[in-house]
Design a protein around this ligand. Structure first.
Ligand code: C2E
Ligand code: MG
Ligand code: MG
Length: 643
């Protein structure tokens, strides 16, 4: 700052000295060119003195104003340069006259709108207008400009290529001295990217990334609105809670990629079955919830409509799924909860629909079930059972009971190990009560491990007794347990741990194992049977799919005829025929057959007649604890085979 004023003073002094010299020069020239000038002037006015007098006049009137003008001009030029640079900013700028005719635009305008300067000059700013705003929007904008001289907000404008983009716009009205608007300056930026990012964030928060369906959060919001609207309109609505049967097994056996493909296809099929106004959300895993609204004011008819819809969805979801090269089957269990008119809570409704879904699952899966208040008690009981079962495992409340298996000479050939739960309050809980609960959670794997370990230890102990050393012990394996990736390793480790012969261990698999990828099931069974030497039996035969095509492919040793056929075979001709057919078919496949649930001598005789050579049932013994089982073996005086 100080240097600047010093420089400027120096400049002024130099100009003053310069003025003296130039003044003197001018006077001398005047004397030379004007010879008629009176001599006295020449004598009295020395050119040097005169020039000293003239110099300030010259300086003040000619040189100083000129230099000032020059410096003002250069300041103005600088300012112009600055303005021009500022005009060419990142933001687009458009200047119009009071009638919206475009006067000037910058390069950012060209980039943002796609229009060149020469294409828009003289045209009105309406060339940027999209159809997305109504007249009221523009009226409000003009109103603000009139009263506040400025308007700021989001505008959807049209690009030259016809696409519509969101912009953040600020318009300022420029007024003259008479307060009349002469120009409008619009400054704007394209915020498409920001909008896209905002949308992505919104999608992440409200939509499921795999299926693109609304997530739990968005469902809750919509349900909240639906409840209010239903209370106002007295129209019924419904929540359908849908869970895929055996999805976990498919996911574990085929891998997550296939699991994901199935979920996406399920989502698409459900969407396809619904009206535009209905919502289908994915809560996570294989759980979907459908919100159906405005289904009438008559309770019965509304329920009927929902039941029909649920049936439609159930049917469409049971159609086969082409997942890459493999054709899969799946089915849903659907729970329905209706709502209308009442002050329901979102969580309560979801809980009820969930309970109804569990009811559908426990009544055999691939079913639809409406919520019934009695269900609530059942569900609470089930939840308590599950938490008690966790404790049972850690507190050692599980036991194994053994049920003898015999051949046609009533010689014991083995036993089936059946798990029992000795509950500290409720006493003995049968497996039919807690195995399904364990299967719903992953507790079945832990229980299964416990059973296998104890069964193998028992086989090891039986080695030292000639009555028991040749017995084969059968262990029930649930589908979830079998599909564990380390199942074969677990069996191998147990055989080694107890140093037992693999052929003394029989695994009873059910047909639900085959729901999974047949190829990998067969491969696993081959390792178990051929490499390790474990015996494989198919339990409850006749109650599931019982398809000949897979039966042919499975490396089995035995088929176990389900007790439901055995029970009625002496009284019901079709059951008798069924039993005979199963036995014949098994023999054709080179498999041996065991009948379970043999209670009478008549049943035993008929089974023998039909060629079944192994039996298990109350006729011989109920499942009993090991001590009783061993006493039974010695005291029942059953013959035993010594090999
Ligand atoms: P399951 O494997 O079919 O077992 C045979 C069931 O029939 C047993 O019921 C047995 O007590 C019963 N039973 C045997 N003989 C007769 C008879 O003559 N008449 C009648 N009415 N019933 C007879 P339990 O012990 O209640 O087991 C039921 C089911 O629980 C088993 O059916 C099996 O699926 C499952 N289970 C039992 N233990 C285990 C286990 O350790 N692991 C797994 N995954 N499931 C098990
Ligand atoms: Mg069994
Ligand atoms: Mg069975």
């Amino acid at each position: 700052m100080a240097t600047n004023s010093y420089n400027s003073a120096k400049k002024q002094i130099l100009i003053l000295i310069g003025s003296i010299y130039i003044g003197e020069l001018l006077i001398m020239v005047a004397f030379a060119v004007l010879p008629k000038l009176p001599e006295w002037i020449e004598t009295i006015v020395d050119p040097t003195i005169l020039s000293i007098f003239c110099a300030p006049i010259l300086y003040l009137n000619v040189f100083r104003p000129t230099t000032r003008r020059i410096s003002q001009l250069s300041i103005a030029k600088n300012q112009l340069r600055t303005t021009a640079a500022a005009f060419e900013t990142y933001d687009a700028i458009m200047i119009t006259d009071a009638e919206a005719n475009i006067i000037r635009v910058n390069r950012a305008f060209e980039r943002t709108t796609g229009f060149k300067e020469e294409e828009v000059i003289g045209k009105t700013s309406h060339i940027l207008k999209s159809e997305l705003h109504d007249q009221a929007f523009y009226t409000k904008m003009m109103g603000d400009l009139l009263t506040k001289n400025v308007w700021s907000g989001e505008v959807w404008d049209k690009h030259k290529d016809g696409s519509v983009h969101p912009k953040l716009v600020t318009i300022s009205a420029i007024k003259n001295a008479a307060s009349k608007t002469t120009q409008y300056v619009s400054i704007f930026t394209d915020i498409s990217d920001r909008k896209k990012a905002e949308k992505e964030i919104h999608n992440l928060a409200f939509y499921d990334t795999l299926t693109g369906l609304p997530n739990r959060r968005l469902l809750r919001d919509r349900l909240e609105v639906a409840l209010t609207s239903s209370a106002r309109s007295h129209q019924y609505g419904a929540l359908l809670f849908l869970d895929l049967d055996n999805f976990k097994t498919l996911n574990d056996s085929l891998g997550h990629e296939y699991g994901d493909m199935l979920l996406v296809e399920v989502a698409n099929r459900i969407k396809f079955s619904l009206r535009e106004a209905d919502t289908v959300a994915r809560l996570g895993g294989d759980e979907f919830v459908i919100l159906v609204e405005k289904i009438g004011t008559n309770s019965e008819r509304a329920s009927q409509r929902v039941a029909l819809l649920a049936e439609k969805i159930r049917t469409i979801l049971t159609e086969p799924y082409q997942l890459k090269e493999s054709l899969r089957h799946s089915s849903p269990s659907i729970g329905i909860c209706m709502f209308c008119d009442q002050d329901e809570l979102v969580d309560e409704l979801l809980k009820r629909a969930d309970m109804a879904m569990y009811q559908a699952k426990s009544s055999g899966r691939n079913k639809t079930c409406f919520f019934d208040p009695r269900m609530q008690q059942l569900t609470e009981k089930r939840a308590a059972l599950e938490s008690d079962l966790r404790i049972a495992l850690t507190e050692g409340q599980l036991r194994l009971h053994y049920q003898i298996q015999l051949d046609q000479e009533r010689i014991p050939i083995g036993a089936e190990a059946l798990v029992r739960w000795i509950h500290p309050q409720h006493g003995m809980v049968p497996p039919s009560d807690f195995i399904p609960v364990a299967e719903e959670s992953s507790l079945i794997v832990e229980i299964g491990d416990w059973v296998l370990d104890n069964a193998c230890r028992q086989i090891a102990e039986w080695r030292y007794n000639e009555q028991t050393r040749n017995l084969v012990l059968a262990v029930n394996i649930s589908a979830q347990q079998f599909t564990q990736p380390d199942f074969v390793e677990k069996i191998t480790a147990l055989l080694k741990k107890y140093s037992i012969e693999a052929s003394r261990l029989k695994l009873e698999l059910t047909e639900s194992v085959v729901v999974n990828d047949l190829k990998s099931v067969v491969a696993k069974m081959n390792v178990l049977r051929d490499t390790l030497g474990v015996t494989l039996s198919l339990d409850d035969f006749g109650t599931g799919y019982s398809s000949l095509s897979y039966l042919k492919q499975l490396p089995l040793d035995q088929i176990k005829i389900d007790q439901s056929f055995v029970r009625d075979m002496t009284t019901d001709a079709s059951d008798a025929m069924m039993v005979k057919n199963i036995i014949d078919m098994a023999h054709n496949f080179g498999l041996n057959v065991i009948a379970e649930g043999v209670e009478t001598e008549d049943q035993l005789a008929l089974l023998k007649k039909n060629g079944c050579k192994s039996y298990q049932g109350y006729l011989f013994s109920k499942p009993i604890p090991i001590e009783q089982f061993e006493i039974f073996l010695t005291e029942s005086q059953l013959p035993f085979r010594i090999e």
